[in-house]
Design a protein around this ligand. Structure first.
Ligand code: COS
Length: 384
């Protein structure tokens, strides 16, 4: 994978070493799960990523992680590299982080001890259950309730579009506890997948298959101690978690786009037509130049957001939103151009660029659609 960008001052030596080690590992170990269904593929990938120690970057060192706290640049480098080699490897890595992030942010010591070390080794699969049928972009509109009854909370409602739904060992769940209207009455919880009253009621097939499901909670009882942080503090926890992982979605898009460009360059240099190679045509050169420039601009936004968070310790809501929007939108264009360059091969099922074409689409929607990122950027701008 192209790695000259690692010379930029955004990175420390440890990042360069990490990216190089992961690149070598990914080139050797990914892409060997053909023929398995999507659930088994993801289970195997979580195990492989856990055994090799990569999932330790998803949790803090105090609870089995590799670094003192989550490092945004490392998460981005991991997703970019894994995305380059295998979309589901990136997905499995990212969900361990997103699914356990709220525990790291606000969980009690007991919850951190119970879940995070197992996330770091791949022994437990994590999931983040925020969206509902009537509350996707508008998180504060969620309807699911958690009512206090003695020393338990009783959960009722539905969550949908839940990644790892069906294979997760536990879910970070957000529900309304009723302290105040809107965003201020949402609380966060950890719910084990085998808790009575929690059912996976539908699996959802999507353009690039991955484990995705609708969950139903019917009088599902969990101990009060499974709440993360204060009652009513769940919305902020969700947003803080998304602030970290949104920049990493940008990085995954970057990995997909880099792969598409590499495939396109290889093809352009070897494909003969009209007595020359595809790369000899100025139209091809113009396309490749646009693709490379899009990738570099997305890369700069992505690692700016990551660097700001790691080094300055600032809230990076605006920068992460810009990175996510630009990187996913540009990656879609880069990949589309690669498909076009490959002609008929480009739309053949399971051709590398055809797979990327399907993989990238959801990234413009999940963890805040492009339109939501625009709202977030404009809000931050106007509030100054
Ligand atoms: N970090 C910390 N706190 C934050 C925050 C952040 N990034 N974003 C918002 N908050 C706080 C606000 O400061 C506000 O606090 P106060 O009540 O103390 O003032 C509170 O949370 C409510 O914020 P806001 O009024 O901005 O909430 P809205 O309901 O208007 O929603 C958006 C804002 C659109 C940004 C939010 O709903 C969102 O991100 N939606 C997309 C969700 C998403 O990514 N879904 C995909 C699910 S995961 S695949």
């Amino acid at each position: 994978m192209e790695r000259s960008f690692l010379d930029l001052p955004f990175f420390a030596e440890s990042h360069r070493a990490f990216a190089t080690r992961l690149d070598v590992w990914a080139a050797q170990h990914l892409g060997h799960t053909h023929g398995l269904d999507v659930d088994d593929t993801c289970r195997q990938l979580v195990k492989a990523l856990g055994d090799a120690g990569w999932l330790r970057y998803c949790v803090p060192a105090s609870h089995g992680g590799a670094l003192e706290k989550l490092d945004s640049r490392t998460l981005c480098l991991a997703r970019e590299t894994l995305g380059y080699y295998e979309g589901l490897a990136d997905f499995s890595f990212a969900m361990q982080g997103l699914g356990s992030g709220a525990i790291g942010i606000a969980g009690s010591e007991a919850l951190k001890q119970r879940y995070l070390p197992r996330v770091a080794t791949g022994q437990a699969i994590a999931a983040f259950a925020l969206s509902e049928p009537q509350a996707g972009s508008d998180v504060a509109a969620m309807a699911m309730t958690a009512s206090l009854a003695g020393d338990t909370y009783v959960l009722n409602g539905e969550k949908t579009w839940i990644s790892n739904g069906g294979i997760a060992d536990f879910y970070t769940v957000f529900a309304r506890t009723g302290e105040a209207p809107g965003a201020r009455s949402i609380s966060a919880f950890v719910v084990d997948a085998n808790t009575p009253g929690l059912d996976v009621v539908a699996r959802i097939d999507v353009i690039a298959p991955h484990p995705l499901a609708t969950l139903r909670f019917s009088n599902c009882r969990i101990p009060v101690t499974n709440r993360l942080g204060e009652a009513g503090g769940g919305f902020k926890i969700a947003m803080q978690n998304l602030d970290i992982f949104r920049a990493s979605v940008a990085a995954a898009a970057l990995g997909f786009a880099r792969r598409a460009l590499d495939e396109a360059v290889k093809h352009a240099k070897s494909r003969k037509m009209f007595g020359q190679t595809l790369a000899d045509f100025q139209l091809t050169q113009a396309a490749l130049a646009d693709m490379a420039t899009s990738i570099d601009s997305a890369m700069l936004l992505t690692y700016r957001a990551a660097w700001l968070r790691d080094v300055k310790g600032e809230r990076t809501t605006r920068e992460a939103a810009m990175a996510k929007m630009v990187a996913t939108e540009e990656a879609q264009k880069v990949i589309d151009r690669a498909v076009q360059m490959f002609g008929g091969q480009g739309v053949t099922s399971n051709h590398p660029v055809e797979k990327l074409y399907r993989e990238i689409r959801a990234l413009r929607i999940y963890e805040g659609a492009t339109e939501v990122q625009k709202l977030i950027i404009a809000r931050e701008l106007l509030k100054g």
